[in-house]
Design a protein around this ligand. Structure first.
Ligand code: ADP
Ligand code: NAG
Ligand code: NAG
Ligand code: NAG
Ligand code: MG
Length: 599
């Protein structure tokens, strides 16, 4: 041993060790992290990913003043700056941030923060600069921000915030810079105080706002911000049928899911404009197809004349709506001969779309597979795009799994997973051109009458892509399914689909949505929860306790597939071909002698 052969060193080492031990003991006795330090540690805990910026944020320190990104007031040692912009932070902002009472600057911009902005931030009344732009923050702007009377800069741009701009912000008289651009905000912009000083450049990219700042007149009661925007977001859009005398379609947003609202508002404006300039009692769809519209059918897939279909389309109204999502509204289209189809109406029309639409749809229409939803035709009208699909009577996996889960026993769940895997594998490997789905989630797995899965909406995300596309998908409820590298780069690959598929498997196993509140509370999503359980060697606990007939062997095998699919490194994820192989050989048909009960 080195220390034995060099005696003098050995003694030095012993002394040093002794000294260190004494020092540590002293330290343990005399120091405990102060409360602001603890608040910051809880911030660190709720961030599940970063570029390593938290390395020197240590429990053992007496105060956080030397931590990276933290600056304290030199006398009182209270935290005045927290500056962590652009550090690849993934996670949510915990309410404990409100304990930093002397915070003057909070800079968390250009990260991947998600979840809501905690209203407790309104406690930090000494804040002067608040930068949260360039994240995935959702929910409402806390009305408590009205308490931040010293605020000079408030930048919330480029997030996915929804609801109204709280009138309390008008009290921020020191505000010199304000930006809520690129969100999904709606309603009237307050204009009785501080916010009246800002012009349109502070509000761009919020298609539901009105007010003098952006020179859009507020016409409707719905746009009044008097409604409490903080209502729980359980409700959806409520459509009221037009009254006898009124030709207006009133849309009342009880609470908003950003995309739903966007689509609804666009529909509202579409109708409104039409009502203003066109005939007076034709509904939205009639407008779509009257004048200039024609039906394109694939391969004799629709045994009707274009005229018959157009006539049928004109009769569709709100009562035929079966769902709506990020890309549009879906109607049930029942033909006179008893055949039923699903009509997807996409209001979004950007420049690029028209140019590629026909060609892309021609390709999508040519893709036929047992586990894919069949696209039979489309109608490219001037105001919207209408896609005609097979109607799947079982509805979406999302609905069945989260509303009628008792219908899905273990075998049914495995079968759905296998079907979805085969559909996706076909898109990735066997069809030409190969297709990255980009929007794998439970609401895009539809079920036929026998609970066989079919993958829907493949190719649509790409088709409807524009510079805001990543935001579009996130608002469409896809957030929990997105691979980490996709959130960073916005670039989709087959492996980002494999990740989403892995999340889907976890959703089917657990019966919980990927961003279920129970995960978010712990600062995790479903993948974080899985990783936690794996680390604790409790992985089987992820299974939905209400799922009947679970077989332990196939559960273990399926978990192993899911774990590989949600690897954070894309190269560690299997291909969909491999996934199908693993499912067929290890999960679906384990050797019969291996069967035993789950308890
Ligand atoms: N071909 C179809 N057959 C039956 N129901 C469908 C079909 N396509 C869509 N739906 C229903 O309409 C809803 C909305 O679909 P969509 O607009 O694709 O939004 P999302 O996929 O985001 O839920 C789906 O959740 C599903 O319930
Ligand atoms: C922080 O804010 C919340 C709600 O806004 C309030 O209930 C709480 O008392 C505040 N805490 C402190 C320490 O000020
Ligand atoms: C809008 O305000 C910004 C500063 O907030 C200013 O730079 C810009 O010139 C203004 N634009 C117009 C059109 O007034
Ligand atoms: C607000 O943010 C948007 C998007 O980043 C930007 O284009 C715009 O210029 C900003 N406006 C102001 C007033 O800074
Ligand atoms: Mg869909």
């Amino acid at each position: 041993m080195a220390s034995l052969s060099m005696g003098s060193f050995s003694i030095k080492w012993q002394r040093l060790l002794l000294l260190l031990t004494v020092l540590m003991l002293v330290k343990l006795e005399t120091t405990a992290l102060n409360s602001e330090g603890n608040a910051l540690l809880s911030f660190k805990t709720s961030i599940v990913g970063s570029d390593g910026v938290f390395l020197n944020w240590q429990q053992e320190d007496s105060d956080p003043c030397g931590w990276k990104g933290v600056k304290c007031d030199s006398h009182a040692k209270s935290v005045i700056y927290l500056s962590l912009a652009n550090h690849k932070l993934v996670g949510s902002i915990p309410p404990d941030i409100g304990q930093l009472n002397h915070l003057q600057l909070l800079a968390l911009q250009a990260n991947s923060l998600y979840g809501t902005i905690p209203r407790e931030l309104g406690n930090c009344t000494e804040l002067q600069y608040l930068y949260l732009q360039g994240n995935y923050l959702s929910g409402f702007i806390p009305p408590e921000f009205g308490n931040l009377v010293g605020l000079e800069t408030l930048d919330l741009s480029s997030n996915t915030l929804s609801g109204f701009i709280p009138p309390s912000l008008d009290k921020l008289t020191k505000l010199m810079s304000f930006n809520v651009s690129m969100n999904f905000l709606t309603g009237a912009i307050p204009s009785d105080g501080a916010l009246s000083n800002f012009n349109g450049t502070s509000f761009i990219g919020n298609r539901g706002l009105c007010g003098k700042q952006i020179e859009v007149e507020c016409k409707d009661d719905n746009q009044s911000p008097s409604r409490d925007p903080q209502q729980p977001s359980s409700g959806n859009l409520v459509y009221r049928k037009p009254g006898k005398n009124s030709t207006r379609l009133v849309i009342s947003a009880v609470a908003t899911v950003g995309a739903l609202l966007l689509v609804a508002l666009m529909c509202f404006w579409g109708c409104f404009l039409y009502k203003k300039f066109g005939k007076s009692d034709v509904r939205c769809l009639g407008m779509d197809v009257s004048g200039g519209a024609s039906i394109v059918m694939f391969h004799g897939d629709l045994p009707y004349s274009s005229k018959d279909i157009l006539k049928k389309l004109e009769t569709l109204d709100d009562e035929n709506i079966i769902g709506s999502g990020g890309f549009g509204t879906v109607y049930k289209l029942a033909m006179d001969d008893g055949n039923v189809f699903a009509l997807k109406r996409i209001m979004k029309t950007n420049e690029g779309l028209d140019r590629f639409f026909d060609r892309e749809l021609e390709i999508l229409g040519s893709i036929k597979h047992r586990y894919l939803v069949n696209l039979r035709g489309y109608c490219n009208s001037p105001s919207s795009k209408l896609l005609i699909y097979d109607y799947l009577p079982g509805g979406s996996l999302d609905e069945v799994l989260h509303e009628r889960s008792e219908l899905l026993d273990w075998e049914a769940r495995l079968n759905i997973i296998l079907g979805a895997a085969k559909g996706l594998a076909y898109l990735h490997h066997d069809c030409s051109p190969r297709i990255i789905h980009r929007d794998i989630k439970s609401s895009n797995i539809l079920l036929d009458g026998n609970f066989e899965a079919r993958v829907s909406d493949f190719g649509l995300a790409k088709l409807l892509e524009d510079e805001e596309s990543h935001i579009t998908t996130i608002v469409a409820g896809t957030f929990g399914y997105l691979a980490p590298e996709y959130m960073q780069s916005g670039r989709a690959t087959e492996k980002t689909d494999v990740y989403s598929f892995g999340v889907l498997v976890l959703e089917v196993l657990s019966g919980k949505r990927p961003t279920d509140a129970s995960f978010i509370e712990k600062g995790l999503n479903i993948v974080g929860w899985l990783n936690f359980l794996v680390a604790e060697n409790r992985r089987r606990e992820i299974i939905d306790p209400n799922c009947e007939g679970v077989q332990i062997d196939s559960l273990d095998a399926l978990l192993s597939v899911a774990i590989q699919c949600v690897s954070s490194a894309p190269e560690d994820r299997p291909t969909m071909h491999r996934v199908v192989q693993m499912l067929e050989s290890n999960v679906i048909t384990p050797c019969p002698s291996d069967f035993y009960d789950s308890d």
